[in-house]
Design a protein around this ligand. Structure first.
Ligand code: DAK
Length: 259
């Protein structure tokens, strides 16, 4: 696994896309390594929050690998699209929060990867876009679906149809990213947020993520039912008893156990 680096620091994992010669483009090999890293952190009970970023200081991910894609048949393109979507869906539905630290170009599959994460923080030099129609294709790793859910539909359509890149301040203005930082401060800011999240009960954070995601796919009534289920299931955890005991006994320095 050298196309994706996995680093663990306490309860935080950092996944770094490492294909710098192609500005971290998502070749099949990169996607395979990304899936392995995602499975590793997903199954590690000591990891409470995950950061995804790109190697180097120029690019988060410059998209799917155009050189690899160019000569694909319809069937091969469908297989590539299904695999990329499977990996991104694993990130989106993972039982822990994922922060994208967008350190540069987030184009096509790069923007789609960032959108599969729960939260996007970006360098103030980052560039976002879905350039696919300029290459004769549609987005293929969930871009038509996630962008239209994240930003107003008309803005999503403008970005997709014009294939024009947008700069970080515009991405912030439309709500595509949560916050901007000077490039050299981005990873530390992402780690600070991840550590802040990791101080809370991991199972409650995971349940909140599941409730939000499942709820967004259905009606309000269905969403409320999901929330009731996720909320009540928390009462089967040790961390719920512990968290409430800490409050009642005025304990400030909590150490949840993910149990
Ligand atoms: N794929 C492959 N190589 C890439 C690449 C990419 N996406 N992006 C950059 N590179 C390579 C360049 O070819 C160049 O390689 P060498 O010439 O050095 O060998 C090297 O990275 C450095 O790039 P540049 O020389 O172009 O660097 P610049 O600073 O001048 O420009 C740039 C940076 C990010 C503006 C430019 O590289 C660029 O425009 N890159 C392409 C961005 C792009 O169009 N991305 C979207 C890709 S399409 C689907 C599945 C998935 C998808 C669609 C359908 N199905 C199966 C249905 C997803 C599609 C996409 O993501």
């Amino acid at each position: 696994m050298d196309k994706v680096l996995l680093e663990k620091d306490g309860n935080i994992a950092v996944i770094t896309i490492n294909n710098p010669k192609a500005l971290n483009a998502l070749s099949t090999e990169v996607l395979q390594d990304l899936e392995a890293a995602v499975n590793d952190v997903k199954n590690d009970d000591d990891i409470y929050a995950v950061i995804v970023t790109g190697a180097g200081n120029k690019s988060f991910v410059a998209g799917a690998d155009i050189a690899e894609m160019k000569d694909k048949t319809v069937e091969e393109a469908a297989e590539y699209g299904r695999f990329g979507n499977k990996v991104f869906r694993e990130i989106e539905t993972m039982n822990k929060p994922v922060i994208a630290a967008v350190n540069g170009f987030a184009l096509g599959g790069g923007n789609e990867l960032a959108m599969a994460c729960d939260i996007r923080l970006a360098a103030d030099t980052a560039v976002f876009g879905q350039p696919e129609v300029g290459l004769g294709i549609t987005p293929g790793f969930g871009g038509t679906q996630r962008l239209a859910r994240l930003v107003p539909t008309g803005i999503a359509k403008e970005i997709l149809y014009t294939a024009r890149n947008i700069k970080a301040p515009k991405a912030l203005e439309i709500g595509l990213v949560n916050a901007l930082y000077p490039a050299e401060e981005l990873l530390d800011a992402a780690k600070k947020m991840a550590k802040g999240i990791a101080k809370n009960a991991p199972k409650a954070v995971a349940a909140s993520k599941a409730a939000i995601n499942k709820g967004l796919d259905g009606t309000m009534d269905e969403g409320i039912n999901v929330e009731v289920e996720e909320f009540s299931n928390c009462f089967a955890t040790e961390d719920q008893k512990y968290g409430m005991d800490c409050f009642l006994n005025k304990v400030k320095d909590k150490q949840f156990k993910n149990k």
